[in-house]
Design a protein around this ligand. Structure first.
Ligand code: ARG
Length: 276
């Protein structure tokens, strides 16, 4: 009996010790717990997208505002934490999310099937259509999608607008193939400058964004056609597998939708734009 028990006990002890570090790893802190523990929610956005998110002066200080920011503030409020905003290039947002640099992305981001492979998305909080921002002087020239076929088109790097420019305007089969007639830049504001300086002739953006830039720049205009957004508008992105955080975000969105608060945030954001 003794002979048998001893090695078994030793074996079990070793097994237990071996299992210890493994056990510790199996109970990771959820993204939600981490946010609550740190007391702050870090929002990643690309603040070149009025009225979704943009820079403005608030009491003399440069501030990122917009209806996406208003939604993020509500999420933070519901979690009982403060909000920190990181403004970055749109095409760097999902990598920042993945590496844990930011806790969520609210940037007018479309939950495409491709993105869903590596990121989790909330329910849709805003629906959108795409159009083309052009120079006011070209308004009579660019009245149809077809009329832009030979024009130089700009689109934000990493955004679905690149695919629209290449496939729907240029008739290319592959949205990942390069084209001398499609210019991709990291920030929409830089593309707007390119348009004003005649480096590009049209810029594919969400209709609301096109209207915002056109109203702030009398030399720009919105083309009279839209590309319906087949993939359904904007959603909040969280790191894949952050279910508890995602549930909290969805609960906030549901609350805001019920009270009509999101529509109110859109109106407020547009008013803040007028003060630019
Ligand atoms: N809806 C488009 C996309 O998801 C463009 C979003 C761009 N957002 C921004 N804040 N610049 O690809």
């Amino acid at each position: 009996m003794h002979k048998f028990l001893k090695p078994t006990a030793t074996f079990l002890l070793i097994l237990g010790l071996l299992a210890l570090p493994g056990c510790a790893k199996k109970t990771p802190v959820s993204a939600l717990d981490a946010v609550k523990k740190s007391g702050k929610l870090i929002l990643g956005t690309s603040a070149d997208f009025p009225p979704y998110e943009f820079h403005t002066q608030v009491n003399g200080a440069d501030t990122v505002v917009g209806f996406d920011v208003a939604i993020a503030k509500e999420v933070a409020k519901d979690l009982g934490v403060s909000l920190e905003i990181k403004d970055m290039k749109f095409d760097g947002l999902l990598a920042a999310l993945d590496s844990g640099n930011i806790d969520l992305v609210i940037a007018g981001m479309t939950p495409t099937e491709e993105r869903k492979k590596s990121t989790d998305f909330s329910s849709i909080y805003y629906r959108a259509e795409q159009t083309v921002l052009i120079r006011a002087a070209d308004a009579a020239k660019y009245t149809t999608v077809e009329s832009l076929k030979k024009a130089v088109i700009g689109a934000q790097k990493g955004a679905i607008q690149v695919g629209i420019a290449k496939k729907q305007i240029k008739g290319m089969a592959d949205a990942n193939a390069g084209s001398p007639e499609v210019k991709e830049l990291g920030k929409v504001a830089d593309l707007v400058l390119e348009l004003k300086n005649r480096k590009i002739d049209g810029l594919v953006v969400e209709t609301e964004v096109a209207k915002a830039y056109a109203s702030a720049n009398p030399d720009l205009a919105v083309a009279p056609f839209v590309f319906p957004d087949s993939e359904g508008g904007s959603a909040v992105a969280v790191k894949k597998g952050s279910q508890a955080l995602l549930d909290a975000v969805n609960a906030t969105i549901a609350r805001l939708e019920e009270t009509g608060a999101i529509a109110g945030f859109v109106t407020e954001a547009k008013a803040a734009m007028d003060q630019l």
